[in-house]
Design a binder for this molecule. Structure first.
Ligand code: GDP
Length: 454
């Protein structure tokens, strides 16, 4: 038995159509109280996958003309009886139709409750549910493709395959431990090692690509740094495609950290246009510089900008120093002007260097290629399985460390029980990843991030 929930599944904003979704055991009966069909047939008499034209009422009050789409369990998104009422997409109209559904006996759905029900009814596993969320919030093409791949079950299939390898290894060992006198062939340690290594390498590969994958899906925190007037704001404007930061000739005018999300090639950059890195007497600017230094600390990628038309000075040296050991791209700007800066010195400090004229819009493609190379996103194939959420990464990492312990235990000649414990714990982690055996708290955490109506 499931209670019946309802929510607006389209945004609460004026639009062509608004969809109110009702799901649960009484969904069709509830919708039937709201809709009078034009044919006169009650919704309760309709088969699944049927649309009916009609009018929506709240009691006696006529609300709108609409179309009701009836889904019968289990053939619906949630796996339950579901009705989707498409009405005119006004803020007031949709709210009133939703209110009518609630008055007719439905309960207001919580965030992600429809997808949670789909998960609980076995329509999708946890990583696929997370893919639904990623798809909704995808900011770039790469993120969208990765989410679609996950929704198609690519990650689940891969993780299930690893789980099966571990389960059969564990089963072999259990038989061998439990029935040593029976005619069970000796445990082949080489085969066991090969199995464990296969899973280890597979998970390791997924984990290695995680950060790069995140740059495609959620974006990477990026700091644009450089002394005043090198063209940081101009570069940011070039990347964002419109004038966002204030570009002036007066040194130190970019005082606040301005946040912006831009798409460069397939990568999403969460940009912070930082104040010039320079010790300053000016109190306001000092705050900006402090913020900039903090931004650099948090940044996953630094774009260090230099002005090719001026000689390098201590501020540039300071920037080069701050960039040491970090993921950084040197952006040598103002190439439309005569070159005075010592480019070799920059190249000695920063491996990846490109040339731009932010003023003329030159060098954008070079920058985008350099970013893909620096982040490793050029090696990501979004049609292959990827870990896309922090939760998945944690589970995969725990599984990996248990497998490492299992391999070490085999190598050190420890008892089979000890090996088995490690394998069991890896299996647990993988089952948690796909949600086949996830704790309620984990499931709640996943769905708490969803919006209402999904
Ligand atoms: P910031 O202080 O580093 O943010 O520098 P701005 O972006 O405010 O640029 C400072 C000045 O340099 C402005 O007058 C820009 O128009 C100019 N500028 C920026 N990029 C270029 C460029 O590629 N070529 C030339 N010639 N001028 C540039």
């Amino acid at each position: 038995m499931s209670d019946t929930i309802a929510a607006l599944s389209t945004p609460l904003a004026p639009g062509g159509i608004g969809v109110i979704r009702i799901s649960g055991d009484d969904a069709i009966a509830v919708a039937d109280k709201v809709i009078k069909t034009t044919s006169g047939k009650p919704l309760t008499s309709l088969k699944g996958y049927t649309a009916a034209h009609g009018k929506a009422y709240d009691g006696e009050e006529l609300l709108d003309e609409c179309v009701a789409l009836v889904f019968r369990a289990p053939k619906s998104y949630t796996g339950e009886d579901t009705v989707e009422i498409s009405c005119h997409g006004g803020v007031l109209v949709t709210s009133k139709v939703l209110r009518a559904a609630l008055n007719a006996g439905a309960r207001a759905a919580e965030g992600g409750e429809f997808t949670k029900r789909a998960f609980l009814n076995g329509k999708m596993d946890l990583s696929e549910a997370e893919a639904v969320m990623s798809l909704i919030s995808a900011k770039g093409e790469g993120g969208m493709k990765a989410a679609l791949t996950a929704l198609d079950g690519a990650l689940s299939k891969k993780i299930d395959a690893y789980c099966n390898i571990l389960i059969s290894a564990a089963a072999n060992m259990a038989a061998w431990v439990d029935y040593p006198d029976d005619e069970i062939p000796d445990l082949d340690f080489d085969v066991l090692r090969i199995s464990l290594n296969e899973v280890y390498e597979g998970l390791d590969g997924l984990l290695c690509k995680f950060d790069a994958g995140k740059a495609l899906t959620d974006g990477i925190e990026t700091a644009i740094v450089g002394k005043p007037n090198v063209g940081k704001s101009a570069l940011m404007n070039m990347l964002s495609g419109f004038r966002r930061s204030i570009v002036t000739d007066i040194a130190g005018t970019t005082r606040d950290v301005i946040e912006e999300t831009v798409r460069v090639g397939r990568v999403i950059l969460n940009l912070a246009d930082t104040a010039g890195i320079r010790e300053s007497e000016d109190a306001v600017e000092s705050i900006g510089v402090e913020l900039a230094k903090k931004k650099i600390e948090k940044a996953g990628l630094i774009l260090a900008v230099f002005d090719v038309s001026r000689g390098l000075d201590e501020s540039d040296d300071e920037i080069l120093e701050l960039c040491k050991g970090r993921e950084v791209i040197g952006v040598i700007n103002k190439t439309d002007l005569p070159r005075k800066a010592d480019i070799e010195k920059i190249k000695a400090g920063i491996k990846e260097v490109i040339f731009t004229s932010a003023l003329k819009g030159d060098g954008e493609k070079e920058l985008s290629d350099a970013i893909e190379r620096a982040l490793g996103t050029d090696k990501i194939d979004t049609s292959q399985a990827m870990l896309t959420t922090e939760r998945q990464r944690r589970s995969a990492e725990k599984a990996l460390s248990s497998i490492k312990e299992a391999i070490d235990a085999v190598d050190m000649g420890m008892t089979m029980d000890a090996v088995n414990v490690c394998i069991d714990s890896a299996i647990e982690c993988l089952l948690e990843l796909t949600g086949k055996k996830a704790r309620e708290a984990v499931v709640d955490e996943v769905f708490s991030q969803f919006c209402v109506g999904k």
